[in-house]
Design a protein around this ligand. Structure first.
Ligand SMILES: *Cc1c(COP(=O)(O)O)cnc(C)c1O
Length: 477
């Protein structure tokens, strides 16, 4: 069973269990928790997954990371409840992550059929249950502070709604979220859930939330929480098996995955699937106009840029928090090198791999590649997919554009290329309408959400947020 340590750990603190790190979120030293070991699977192991349901594949992958921190029967219960037919009513023949073919060798795996129409449900559904289970066992209550650039908000709220072990405060940037996303969060507000906004870009908000969480010992639902990453790895296995079957290949043949990227939680899950032994040739990161991560992969230079608001708002992130886990792994699991890399980034706003004795192509050697999309490309791609009978959302469109234009130009795809569908189209109706005109009706369960008049209550900054939470903590004693 794996033990967990922080990416910046000096080795003095005791290693933690899966349940510990799920409740703790960010490490006290400011690093992110990672397991000390990973499983290693052969092609034979992959063959054994063929024909299994998603839930079974998920358990096969996830149980390694949970170990005996949660007993097997309970892990099964959590999975069954997280991925139930009630929560995934549009599953296709029981498949909750169905694959569709868009073009020769070009596939989309739909990860967004869950309760809030977002791929974040895939990880947040089990996470809420795991936290609740562990809090009950310890007789504790947890205050969670989150930051959302779009879908984490509603997916986290849907996951912990009504639990009496958890209070959730969700912070949004004042601008950037779609009306639909705000309406979803507003709909879930009440009881143990509160929404606030702050007039800062998402990256700044994320930094504030990290700092306040660390200082006040709060829980986390952002992908800095290891539990989220651990639950996301499984859908790469399912996507791989489906793509291999759909393209008439055999297990062991390589595929590319294209990931619409913000905080790099999803791309990290792909990286770990590859590390475990899934035959992934390339993990292709798709960014929007906020192309920091694309430049980082291509040049080895990580630069602090200002973020812009775009029409794929959940990717308006220029400080991808999960990159720390990737870079730590690539720097030989060396906490000193990781710390010095991040200290330099904090101090000068720019860090080069050569500054820590690594080569500029460290990330491409590790299997990453990248491309950047923009508004016009996104619109063109939504239109292109629609002509092929498929509606894809603006974030998925960024991935599909990057998949079709590797190296910047349109080329035939050499290997099966699977784009991750991270949200359903109707969460971004104004952009969809611009691309294709009249829109079909939303699925039944998503009709009738109303816009939030005036948005969420605004907190002025870190000081007001901290005071509000401390007041809440005092009242709970
Ligand atoms: C969160 C989100 C992303 C980015 O995922 P990361 O794991 O943060 O890289 C992309 N698209 C949508 C729709 C999202 O909600």
């Amino acid at each position: 069973m794996p033990e967990y340590v922080s990416t910046r750990s000096t080795g003095e603190d005791a290693p933690l269990t899966y349940s510990d790190v799920v409740l703790e979120g960010i490490a006290p030293d400011g690093g992110l928790y990672i397991p000390k070991e990973y499983p290693s699977w052969s092609h034979e192991d992959l063959k054994a997954l063929q024909g299994l349901t998603y839930e079974e594949i998920y358990l096969a992958v996830k149980s390694f990371f949970v170990g005996d921190s949660i007993n097997t029967a309970t892990q099964r219960q959590h999975a069954a409840a997280a991925y139930s037919p009630e929560k995934f009513p549009e599953a296709e023949n029981g498949n909750i992550v169905p694959l569709r073919e868009l073009d020769k060798n070009l596939f989309v795996v739909n990860l967004s059929l869950g309760p809030t129409g977002a791929f974040k449900d895939m990880a947040l559904q089990p996470l809420g249950q795991e936290m609740d289970y562990e809090l009950r066992r310890r007789g504790k209550r947890l205050l969670i502070l989150g930051a959302t650039s779009g879908d984490t908000g509603s997916a986290a709220e849907a996951s912990v709604k009504g639990l009496d072990t958890i209070d959730l405060i969700m912070m949004s940037p004042e601008k950037g979220m779609s009306d639909f996303q705000q309406a979803q969060m507003d709909d879930l507000e009440g009881g143990n859930i509160e929404n606030f906004a702050m007039q800062v870009p998402f990256d700044n908000l994320q930094k504030i939330v990290k700092e306040v969480s660390k200082e006040l010992g709060l829980g986390a639902v952002n992908s800095i929480n290891w539990g989220r990453v651990a639950s996301q790895i499984a859908y790469y296995f399912s996507g791989y098996l489906q793509a291999i079957e759909a393209s008439g290949k055999t297990i062991g043949d390589e595929v590319d995955f294209v990931v619409p990227t913000g905080n790099m939680g999803n791309a990290l899950a792909a990286y770990l699937a590859r590390k475990i032994g899934l035959p992934i040739r390339k993990i292709i990161i798709a960014t929007n106009e906020n192309s920091t991560t694309h430049e980082l992969i291509q040049t080895g230079i990580y630069r602090k840029n200002d973020s812009r608001i775009t029409t794929s708002p959940s990717m308006d992130i220029v400080v991808p928090s999960n990159y720390e886990r990737v870079v730590h792994d690539q720097l030989g699991n060396d906490p000193d090198r990781t710390s010095s890399y991040y200290n330099q980034f904090e101090e000068s706003g720019l860090v080069d791999f050569r500054d820590v004795g690594a080569s500029s192509n460290l990330l491409t050697k590790a299997g990453f590649d990248s491309g950047a999309s923009d508004h016009d490309k996104r619109i063109e791609t939504i239109r292109w997919a629609n002509e092929r009978g498929t509606l894809i959302d603006p974030h998925t469109a960024d991935a599909v554009w990057v998949a079709r234009h590797q190296g910047g130009e349109e080329k035939a795809l050499e290997v099966p290329t699977v784009c991750m569908e991270t949200a359903l189209w109707f969460k971004f109706e104004p952009t969809m309408e611009k691309a294709i005109g009249d829109l079909p009706e939303r699925p039944e369960r998503f009709r009738g959400l109303k816009n939030v008049p005036g948005g969420f209550k605004i907190l002025s900054g870190m000081v007001e947020l901290k005071e509000y939470i401390q007041e809440k903590q005092r009242n709970q004693l």
